[in-house]
Design a protein around this ligand. Structure first.
Ligand SMILES: Nc1nc2c(c(=O)[nH]1)N[C@H]1C(S)=C(S)[C@@H](COP(=O)(O)OP(=O)(O)OC[C@H]3O[C@@H](n4cnc5c(=O)[nH]c(N)nc54)[C@H](O)[C@@H]3O)O[C@H]1N2
Ligand SMILES: Nc1nc2c(c(=O)[nH]1)N[C@H]1C(S)=C(S)[C@@H](COP(=O)(O)OP(=O)(O)OC[C@H]3O[C@@H](n4cnc5c(=O)[nH]c(N)nc54)[C@H](O)[C@@H]3O)O[C@H]1N2
Ligand code: SF4
Ligand SMILES: [Mo]
Length: 790
C-alpha cells in the first residue's frame, strides 16, 4: 500500500542482472519504496535489495561532489578537497591528452563495474565508445571472472555466445541444466521462470558443490568437487556417446563430427592433401562410408556433405594422400575415444559425483529434451575455465537443442544501431590490448584486460606501462584476487579518475573522484530485457524517480561531457544524449517520445527465429559447431575438452594438502551485490557478518559450532568469517564470501581494513594466478584452506 499523497512511477531496477520491472513510490520528492510491476516482462517480483533501493540511494555515505586528492597515495587519509565539475572534467581531459601524447592512448586503461552487479548496463556501450574514440584498446572490468565462459569461450565451440546471448528458452524447455549457476540468489527473474517450468513438468539438473535453493527441486543435483567440472562433462559425454544418446542428424550435419582427423598429427585433414584431386588447403575432408571416398567440406557450404547419412562418424579410415596412405578418424570417433577413459567410475573418482548419478543424469538430459542450459560463476572462476566451458558446450552440442525451441535460443532483439564504436578503433590499435601476446585467444583478443594483466602493466610495465585509469565503478582491489597487489598497482598510476556512487577501497586510491547518481536518479534507455522473447522485445526509457543527490551526475552525462572536452564531441552528437538515443533507436521504429508517453515501456512485435544456422552456418573456422577445435590446438591448447586436476587442490598439491586439507570455493550473497550494499542497515541487519559454510562433521572435528567466528587459513594468509553449518556440502569443501570490508554506522559495525591479515576480505588471500592458460581467469573457486576457531 502506498502512502497518502504518494506517486507511483513505472521503472525498472537496474541494480543487478535481473533488471526487474518495478514501480517506485515517491512522496514529497522522496523515493520511499520499490515494488514489483507484474505487467512488466521481468516484473513479477523484486528482491530484498530492490526493496531497499531507497535506503541505498539516500545513504549518508554517498559521494556528492567531485573530489581531488591532496595527500600522497597510501596516506591513511587521501585529504580530499571538493572541486567543481568544470575543474574535475578539465583536469581529466588535460591529463588524458597529456598521457596519450607522451605514451599513446593505450597507456590509458578504461574500467567499469560489471553490468551484472550495477547500473553500468545503462552506459557500458557508451563508455566503450568513448574508450575506442579516444584510441585505447584496454578495458578492465571482470570479464575474465564473470563473462568469459558465457560470452567468449563459447565462441570457440559455437561461433556465438552460448548461453550468454543464446539464452535458455525456459518457457519451452523439457530439461533445464544449471551448471555453477544459482539464480535463486543471483537472477530473480530466472529463478521464478525456472520454478514455473518445474511446476509444469520440466526436469531440472543442478551441478553445484552446494545444495542450493533450486537443487531441492532438481531431478538430479550433482555435488561436484569444485574445479572438476570438465571431468564431469566428459563423463556425461562418455555415457551419451556409448548409448547413442545424441542427435545424430544435427551432429552429422552441423558439427565437425564427420571431419577427418589425421591420426599422426592430430590435424584436420585438408582437401589439398588428397591424392589425385588437388583441392584447397582451406577445405576439410569427411568420408563417404558407402563409396569409400573422401567428401570435401568447404566452410562456406554450411552442412558437411549436405548432411548425408553415408558420412562416417566412427572407425578408422585410410585415405590416399599425395604422400601415401594416411590413417584418419572422424572427429566424433576421436571424441568417443577421448572420453573413453572417463567412465562413470572414473568420473566419480575425479568429481565425487556417483557413477549411478552420472548415468542417470545423462539419460535425463537426453530423454527430457529439449535441453536449455546456463553456466555462470561456478565455472567462470577457475584455472581451467576454458576447458570446463568447452566440456559443457560439446556435451550440449550433442543434444542438437541449440537454437531449437526449448533449447538455447537467440531471442530476436529489437533492431537498433550499434553505438559501441567498433568502427572508431583500428585493428592495429586493437592488437595492442594488454595481454594479447600472452594469451592470443583470451579476453585481450576482444579488448578486455584481465586484472592480473592490468596490474602487471602498471607495476612491471609489461608489455608496456599502463599509466592512467578512467574507471566507472569497478571496485578492482576488492573484486580481484590479491587485493594488496591491486592497491600497489593503482597507487603506481600517474593518473586515476574514479566515478562512483559510494567510496570504496578502490576510490581511495584515485586522484580524482566523480560522484555518480543512483540509477533511480537518472534517465536511461534499456533495449531488451533478455530472458524471454517478450522480455527481449521490451524497450523502456527509465525516467528519474527523484533528483540526483548533491552534484551527482549519471555515468552517461560524465561520458558525454568528457567526450566534448577530449575533442571527441562529434562522435557523441555534440553532447546531446537524446539525439544519440534517437540514432540508436532509429531502426526500431520506436521513438523517444513514444517511450516518454509509456513509462512502462513498449514491446515490439517480434518472434523468435529458430535454427538460423540452416541459412547462416556457424562463425567458426569450419563453419560448423566445433567439437574438435583446431583453433585452440593451433595455439597449444587441447583440441578436445581436457580435464586437469585444479592446480591448487589437496590432490595436486599434497605438499600443501597436509596443512590445508579442505577445498575452498565461494558464492554470492543474497542480500548484497558483490562488494556493495553492506553499509545499508536494512540489508545488513539480517546478514551482519561474512559467512563460511562448512559441513557439520568438519566443523565438529575442529570444535567449531554454528555462528562461531572461524579463521580460514590459506597458504597466502588468513581471513575471518562466521561458521554456517551446511550439510549440503561435501565434508572436505568450504564455501566463503568475498566483498566484505564495509562498516554499517546504524548497526554500530566498524569497517575492516581490507589489507589486514586476519580481516574479512577473502580476495586478500585469493590469487589471480595460476590463471586459466587460455583466458587468464583466476582460481577463485578452487583453492586450499584449513579452518580453526577464532
Ligand atoms: N572471490 C570472489 N571474487 C569475485 C567474485 C566471486 O564470486 N568471488 N565475483 C567476480 C565477479 S562475477 C564480478 S562481476 C566482480 C564484480 O566486481 P565489480 O564489477 O567491481 O562490482 P562490485 O564489487 O559490485 O562493485 C561495483 C562498484 O561500482 C559502484 N557502482 C554501482 N552502481 C554504479 C553505477 O551505476 N555507476 C558507477 N559509476 N558505479 C556504480 C559500486 O558503488 C561499487 O563501488 O567481482 C569478481 N570477484
Ligand atoms: N544477490 C546477488 N545477485 C547477484 C550478484 C550478487 O553478488 N548478489 N552478482 C551478480 C553477478 S556480477 C554475477 S556474475 C551473477 C552470478 O550468479 P551465479 O553464477 O549464480 O553466482 P554464485 O552464487 O557466485 O555461483 C553459482 C554457484 O556456483 C557454485 N560453485 C562454486 N564452485 C563451483 C564449482 O567448482 N563448480 C560448480 N559447478 N559450481 C560451483 C556455488 O556454490 C554457487 O551456488 O550474479 C549476479 N547477481
Ligand atoms: S533482483 Fe536485482 S534487479 Fe531485481 S529487484 Fe533485486 S537487485 Fe533489483
Ligand atoms: Mo559477475
Amino acid at each position: 500500500m502506498s502512502a497518502v499523497g504518494a506517486v507511483e512511477v513505472a521503472t525498472f531496477c537496474p541494480m543487478c542482472v535481473s533488471r526487474c520491472g518495478a514501480t517506485a513510490t515517491v512522496e514529497d520528492g522522496r523515493f520511499i519504496g520499490l515494488g514489483p510491476d507484474p505487467a512488466h516482462p521481468t516484473g513479477r517480483a523484486v528482491c530484498v535489495k530492490g526493496k531497499a533501493a531507497p535506503r541505498v540511494a539516500e545513504h549518508h555515505d554517498r559521494l556528492l561532489r567531485p573530489l581531488r586528492r591532496t595527500a600522497p597515495k597510501g596516506a591513511p587519509d587521501p585529504g580530499w578537497v571538493q572541486i567543481s565539475w568544470d575543474e574535475a572534467l578539465d583536469t581529466v581531459a588535460a591529463r588524458l591528452r597529456e598521457i596519450a601524447a607522451e605514451s599513446g592512448p593505450e597507456a590509458v586503461v578504461f574500467g567499469s563495474a560489471s553490468p551484472s552487479t550495477s547500473a553500468l548496463s545503462d552506459s557500458v556501450d557508451w563508455i566503450t565508445r568513448l574508450r575506442r574514440a579516444f584510441g585505447s584498446p584496454n578495458y578492465v572490468n571482470s570479464m575474465e571472472l564473470c563473462g568469459w565462459g558465457r560470452f567468449l569461450a563459447s565462441t570457440y565451440t559455437f561461433g556465438a555466445a552460448v548461453p550468454g546471448a543464446f539464452m535458455p528458452d525456459l518457457e519451452n524447455a523439457g530439461c533445464i541444466l544449471y551448471w555453477g549457476y544459482n539464480p535463486s540468489v543471483s537472477r530473480l527473474v530466472h529463478a521464478t521462470a525456472t520454478v514455473d517450468a518445474v511446476n509444469r513438468g520440466a526436469r531440472l539438473v543442478v551441478v553445484d558443490p552446494r545444495r542450493t535453493g533450486l537443487a531441492s527441486k532438481a531431478t538430479h543435483w550433482l555435488q561436484v568437487r569444485p574445479g572438476t567440472d570438465t571431468a564431469l562433462a566428459l563423463g556425461l559425454t562418455h555415457v551419451m556417446l556409448e548409448n547413442d544418446w545424441y542427435d545424430e542428424q544435427f551432429v552429422r550435419s552441423w558439427t565437425n563430427a564427420p571431419l577427418l582427423v589425421r591420426a599422426d598429427t592430430g590435424r584436420l585433414l585438408r582437401a589439398d592433401e588428397l591424392a589425385g584431386q588437388p583441392g584447397s588447403a582451406d577445405d576439410y575432408v569427411a568420408w563417404d562410408e558407402m563409396d569409400g571416398t573422401p567428401v570435401v567440406h568447404r566452410p562456406g557450404s554450411r552442412t558437411v556433405g549436405a548432411g548425408s547419412p553415408r558420412l562416417a562418424l566412427s572407425g578408422l579410415v585410410t585415405v590416399d594422400s599425395a604422400h601415401g596412405p594416411v590413417e584418419c578418424r572422424p572427429v566424433l570417433e576421436v571424441l568417443r575415444q577421448h572420453c573413453r577413459a572417463m567412465t562413470p567410475a572414473a568420473t566419480e573418482a575425479a568429481t565425487g559425483v556417483s557413477a549411478d548419478a552420472v548415468v542417470a543424469t545423462a539419460r535425463t538430459l537426453w530423454e527430457s529434451r529439449p535441453l536449455a542450459f546456463y553456466t555462470w560463476s561456478g565455472l567462470e572462476q577457475h584455472a581451467n575455465t576454458t576447458q570446463m566451458i568447452r566440456g559443457v558446450n560439446v556435451l550440449y552440442a550433442l543434444t542438437g537443442c541449440l537454437d531449437a525451441p526449448g533449447g538455447n535460443v537467440l531471442f530476436t532483439p529489437v533492431p537498433t544501431n550499434p553505438v559501441d564504436g567498433l568502427e572508431l578503433i583500428s585493428p592495429q590499435q586493437r592488437a595492442r590490448t594488454i595481454g594479447v601476446e600472452d594469451r592470443p585467444l583470451g579476453p585481450a583478443r576482444f579488448e578486455f584486460v584481465t586484472g592480473e594483466s592490468f596490474y602487471t602493466a602498471a607495476l612491471e610495465h609489461r608489455p608496456y606501462r599502463a599509466r592512467a585509469l578512467v574507471n566507472f565503478g569497478a571496485n578492482l582491489v576488492m573484486a580481484h584476487g590479491n587485493s594488496a597487489r591491486g592497491r600497489n598497482a593503482l597507487a603506481s598510476l600517474d593518473f586515476f579518475v574514479h566515478a562512483d556512487i559510494f567510496p570504496s577501497p578502490t576510490s581511495d586510491l584515485a586522484d580524482l573522484v566523480l560522484p555518480v547518481a543512483s540509477p533511480f536518479e537518472t534517465e536511461a534507455l534499456r533495449v531488451g530485457f533478455e530472458v524471454s522473447q517478450r522480455a527481449q522485445s521490451h524497450v523502456q526509457l527509465r525516467r528519474p524517480v527523484v533528483q540526483p543527490a548533491g552534484e551527482a551526475r549519471s555515468d552517461l552525462q560524465i561520458v558525454f561531457a568528457l567526450a566534448e572536452r577530449l575533442g571527441l564531441g562529434h562522435h557523441f552528437w555534440e553532447g546531446d544524449l537524446h539525439a544519440a538515443w534517437s540514432h540508436q533507436l532509429a531502426p526500431s521504429g520506436i521513438t523517444l517520445d513514444a517511450l516518454r508517453a509509456e513509462p512502462r515501456g513498449l514491446t515490439a512485435p517480434l518472434a523468435t527465429a529458430y535454427r538460423k544456422y540452416e541459412s547462416q552456418g556457424f562463425r567458426t573456422a569450419t563453419g560448423l559447431v566445433e567439437l574438435y577445435s583446431e583453433t585452440l590446438a593451433d595455439h597449444g591448447y587441447a583440441a578436445l575438452p581436457t580435464f586437469v586436476e585444479p592446480p591448487l587442490s589437496p590432490r595436486s598439491r599434497p605438499d600443501l594438502g597436509e596443512d590445508y586439507p579442505l577445498v575452498l570455493t565461494c558464492a554470492k550473497s543474497l542480500r548484497y551485490c558483490e562488494t556493495q550494499h553492506r553499509q545499508v542497515a536494512e540489508l545488513r541487519r539480517a546478514a551482519p557478518d561474512p559467512l563460511v559454510e562448512v559441513h557439520p562433521d568438519t566443523a565438529a572435528a575442529r570444535g567449531i559450532e554454528a555462528g562461531d567466528w572461524v579463521r580460514v587459513l590459506t597458504p597466502n594468509g588468513t581471513v575471518t568469517a562466521r561458521a554456517r553449518l551446511n550439510a549440503g556440502l561435501a565434508p572436505d569443501v568450504v564455501c566463503a564470501q568475498h566483498g566484505w570490508w564495509q562498516g554499517c554506522d546504524e548497526l554500530g559495525l566498524e569497517p575492516s581494513d581490507p589489507y589486514a591479515d586476519g580481516g574479512v576480505n577473502l580476495n586478500l588471500v585469493l590469487r589471480q594466478t595460476p590463471g586459466d592458460p587460455t583466458s587468464g581467469t583466476s582460481p577463485l573457486r578452487a583453492s586450499l584452506c584449513e579452518l580453526a576457531r577464532a
